[in-house]
Design a binder for this molecule. Structure first.
Ligand code: DX5
Ligand code: ZN
Length: 222
């Protein structure tokens, strides 16, 4: 059964087996359009993942949409480099820049989709002034920095508030959600208005990654 609501899954390679990263990506390629790529710098989040050279290496091997989530301080110093190695969408944390509007237009001038991510402690209203200019709003439903955490209880209400404002403004911004998405939570997130569902452990901790994506899609019965 497929849902009447259009939504997409973005498998997050943070939970992939890096010994065979390309093989991991190939397993989800036929099932998902987006690939979520978490970049962590050890400053904004207490963890370091991977960065520009890894994206550069995988880019020629897949046409998936590279949805790059920058969990880094000073994102303005790096967006050009991420654009150059083939990011399709670049999402920065609103907490990490003084001038979100300038960074959005910089990303767009590089020919890329621009996104803002919101930390669970940040009021969602902070993103409202930028909605019309944004391609993606990424609501964090866990504390950024680690896969496999629990979907936060207040995430549905926060998603609904952003959804309502996107609709009120008549914008086409994609509402994305990141953290704790699995079969038991995905429907709630879609119901609350999310349309791009990031899933790391739910996809890559399952031996059959392709089936895991299918199972997530089937778990939405709206
Ligand atoms: C967490 C990352 C997420 C992470 C999600 O900071 O931004 O993208 O991969 O992992 P799960 O789906 O396991 O919560
Ligand atoms: Zn992420």
């Amino acid at each position: 059964m497929s849902s009447n609501v259009n939504f997409e899954i973005a498998p997050s390679i943070l939970s992939a087996d890096f010994c065979c990263l390309l093989d991991e990506i190939k397993q989800v390629e036929g099932k998902a359009k987006y690939l979520h790529i978490d970049v962590m710098d050890g400053h904004y989040v207490p963890n370091i993942s991977f960065g520009i050279p890894v994206i550069n290496k995988i880019r020629p091997h897949t046409d998936m949409i590279f949805d790059v989530h920058l969990m880094i301080t000073n994102p303005e110093e790096f967006v050009e480099k991420f654009a150059k190695v083939g990011a399709d969408a670049i999402t920065f944390h609103i907490e990490c820049t003084k001038d979100p509007a300038a960074l959005i237009s910089r990303i767009k001038s590089l020919g890329k989709k621009a996104g803002i991510a919101i930390h669970p402690d940040t009021p969602v209203e902070k993103v409202f002034p930028y909605i019309k200019d944004l391609d993606i709003i990424l609501l964090m439903s866990v504390i950024p920095g680690l896969g496999g955490q629990k979907f936060m209880d207040d995430a549905p209400a926060r998603l609904s508030a952003i959804r309502a404002e996107i609709d009120r403004q008549g914008a086409s911004t994609i509402l994305s959600v990141d953290g704790g998405i699995h079969e038991a939570t995905i429907e709630t997130a879609v119901k609350a208005g999310a349309r791009l569902l990031v899933a790391g452990s739910a996809v890559f901790d399952n031996d059959d990654h392709a089936k895991a994506v299918e199972d997530l899609i089937c778990a939405v019965r709206l």
